[in-house]
Design a protein around this ligand. Structure first.
Ligand SMILES: [Zn+2]
Length: 239
């Protein structure tokens, strides 16, 4: 389906990512075929497994072999009474970055972003207030060349909005590791159709809000890397 859309609109969709149920034995075959058909990466991969469990480790190894990035949804706090967690155990993730050095990981969602702050204790999905320096995500981005970050959705916007001084410094230090994304439900760029979004994003376009944060916190050359160059490099897109 996605590859058909891409073939019909190559300028609007210069690439696509593939996902499959990674708890099923055929996942490796399906994802390998998707890359052969032109998928630029795996993602987003969002399942109720451990971040360092066998299901995801098979995918990390395969992404490394195929030379495509893998974007994973990390979430420790349930948003609804029955939702559960996704790729849990982000705080232990250094071991995976070390074990799969050829694999390019793109961190995404609640736990990736909440852990920019050293005081995050998995109590809430979208913590607010000043960031305590030395968070796990900040440290891993600095220590591992194979870790990147996707700034999409409320999770990315919330994290980058909570402490403007920290955000400036964080974006400057990781200017080659972070990528703009929208992950926005709004259908007009002005926040319509967002009734089911996180409360702070209702009536707003996530893309517009995050682009404003990035504009205010960076210089034009750094902004360009965050919204253009880095994704082209990581996804190996022709410029
Ligand atoms: Zn997600």
């Amino acid at each position: 389906m996605v590859s058909i859309l891409q073939a019909q609109n190559p300028h609007r969709f210069p690439s696509w990512f593939a996902s499959s149920d990674i708890t099923k034995p055929q996942a490796e075959t399906i994802l390998t075929q998707a890359v052969k058909n032109g998928a630029a990466g795996f993602g987003e991969i969002k399942f109720h497994v451990a971040a360092d469990g066998p299901e995801l480790q098979r995918m990390y190894a395969l992404a490394g072999e195929l030379g495509v990035p893998i974007m994973v949804h990390f979430q420790e706090v349930w948003h609804t009474p029955t939702e559960g967690t996704f790729a849990s155990g982000w705080k232990r993730f250094a071991a995976m970055l070390k074990k799969y050095p050829r694999t390019k990981f793109i961190g995404h969602a609640d736990a990736f972003w909440a852990n920019i702050s050293a005081d995050y204790a998995e109590a809430e999905a979208y913590p607010t207030g000043p960031v305590a320096r030395g968070g796990v995500t900040d440290k891993l981005l600095g220590d591992y060349p194979n870790l990147f970050g996707d700034m999409s959705a409320n999770s990315g916007n919330n994290a980058l909005s909570r402490d403007p001084d920290f955000t400036k410094d964080f974006l400057y230090r990781h200017q080659s590791k972070l990528m703009f994304g929208s992950d926005c439900n709004c259908s007009d760029g002005r926040g319509s159709n967002t009734e089911r979004a996180a409360p702070r994003m209702r009536g707003k376009c996530v893309a517009r809000e995050t682009l404003t944060v990035l504009t205010n916190a960076t210089t034009p050359p750094v902004f360009r890397k965050l919204v253009w160059d880095n994704a082209h490099t990581v996804l190996k897109l022709p410029v």
